[in-house]
Design a protein around this ligand. Sequence first.
Ligand code: TMP
Ligand code: ASP
Length: 253
Amino acid sequence: MARRKKVYEGKAKILYEGPEPGTLVQYFKDDATAFNAQKKDVIEGKGVLNNRLSEFFMTGLAQIGVPTHFIRRLNMREQLIRSVEIIPLEVVVRNFAAGTLSQRLGLEEGTPLPRPIVEFCLKDDALGDPLVAEEHIIAFGWASQQDLDDMVALALRVNDFLSGCMLAVGIKLVDFKIEIGRIWDNDFQRLIVADEISPDSCRLWDMETGQKLDKDVFRRDLGNLADAYTEVARRLGVLPSNVTPASKPTLIN
Ligand code: TMP
Ligand code: ASP
């Protein structure tokens, strides 16, 4: 059997050449990393869950007119996507203080923010994805002013959509990160949502109990990560029937 060509391997996903020009196959690994890969593990079933969850969010975004790279799911771990030129910025949207914002400004985690805050981090593992200002982005040419305006508009639309999805199933969207790619339609360039949207790149807290249902479970050793993601998928109604919960069944007396 012919071996397909690997185009790129990241910490959680692999990209292979797609069946047609302009497409790629995105494969979701079970690998989990945190703190710029200083902490690593393999979480059985994570890739399957994130493949499904990312499909769910990207499909919903397309339905409300937000363009994404997603074309269709191929199998349990793979989806067909449009090949894009990734803008080398992580676009973070925050609704409540947490993580590095709390650390930076001394805000208690969970403090509601006066309005959604959009931040940019440079995608550079060696530097630990540092926060950058619009001034840096323009001066160093990572994106243009028009790109930045479009990125903020896209990120806020994704925020409204994801916040609503989560609210409907009793989950608070604290913050999330997206990546954005450039595509060319003839001579016109457009920016579209790329990479993935999954609990790997969001903070999701149960509305009632505050229980964390995202990668902080792994970052902060709070329990079983696959169980947390399974709970998100179950609530959203996207749990694939052949994924079994990672923890042992409990006896019912
Ligand atoms: P932070 O509090 O660590 O800056 O992260 C904010 C949100 O963005 C959180 O949901 C995690 C997500 N994020 C990533 O998934 N990858 C990244 O490289 C960065 C900087 C943030
Ligand atoms: N995604 C980054 C890493 O794998 C940062 C994080 O999620 O904590 O190191």
